[in-house]
Ligand binder design. Structure first.
Ligand code: PGA
Length: 247
């Protein structure tokens, strides 16, 4: 049985008060697709206002600190996200793994911290172009996943994995359908190996240059249980056709 699809927007460092009207427009339009889970991961400082503006709609963070609290200037804890009204968070996005030098074990800690307070998690993995060209994409992503996955799943929050080839993010390039299918099947097998039957229920999202024009094809691939969408999630006009493609 295919899993219910999750389409999550990642606003990255975009979004001011004036963009809350797009959050509202997306939440309103998402109600027309009751068979699809829709979420927006907005900048931390916008979470509370976004969550208040669209009660019942899933608003998320883009990162979380692994510690419960403490001397971590500029960071946001899982409880803070929850307290602000978030119901999920992204962890391990390649832009953070790269620019903030986050390791697999940091990402694992972040996923565990978020799940432990009841936040749903989207855990990102993906290979560089060099690794893809060297024919090592699947092995490298599985190694990354193995080291980044939480030790156990949570009873009250769901884990999703997002496969995001780094070379496809914001570039307009996407892997072939066969390459996506191969990677998602390998990730599914790894999740089964790690979590047995529960691994079948973990949604595997594809991310990297998802647009209205390619969404139907990507969402039709086996084991693609939704998408993590960056640039095309900033407005309802760009994002809703992608949600519709999953519906
Ligand atoms: P993109 O970003 O859709 O703009 O390629 C995806 C992501 O980084 O999550």
């Amino acid at each position: 049985m295919p899993l219910r699809k999750l389409i999550a927007g990642n606003w990255k460092m975009h979004g001011l008060s004036s963009d809350l009207e797009q959050v509202a427009a997306i939440a309103r339009a998402a109600a027309d697709y009751p068979g699809v889970d829709v979420a927006l991961c907005v900048p931390a400082i916008l979470i509370e206002r976004a969550a208040r503006a669209v009660p019942g709609f899933a608003i998320g963070g883009q990162d979380v600190h692994q510690a419960e609290k403490g001397a971590h200037t500029g960071c946001t804890s899982a409880l803070m996200l929850l307290d602000a009204g978030a119901s999920l968070t992204i962890v391990g996005h390649s832009e953070r793994r790269d620019a903030q030098r986050e390791s697999d074990s940091d990402v694992k800690g972040k996923a565990e911290a978020a799940l432990s307070v009841g936040l749903n998690v989207i855990l990102c993995v993906g290979e560089s172009l060099e690794v893809r060209q060297a024919g090592a994409a699947v092995g490298s992503v599985l190694d990354q996943l193995e080291a980044s996955l939480p030790s156990t799943l949570a009873a009250t929050a769901a884990l999703a994995v997002a496969y995001e080839p780094i070379w496809a993010i914001g570039t307009g390039k996407i892997p072939t359908s066969d390459e996506i299918a191969e990677m998602h099947a390998a990730i599914r097998q790894k999740l089964r190996d790690r979590f047995a039957a529960a691994g079948e229920k973990i949604r595997i999202l594809y991310g990297g240059s998802v647009k209205a024009s390619n969404a139907t094809e990507i969402f039709g691939i086996a084991d693609v249980d939704g998408g993590l969408v960056g640039g095309a999630s900033l407005t309802a006009a760009d994002f809703m056709p992608i949600v519709a493609a999953a519906g």
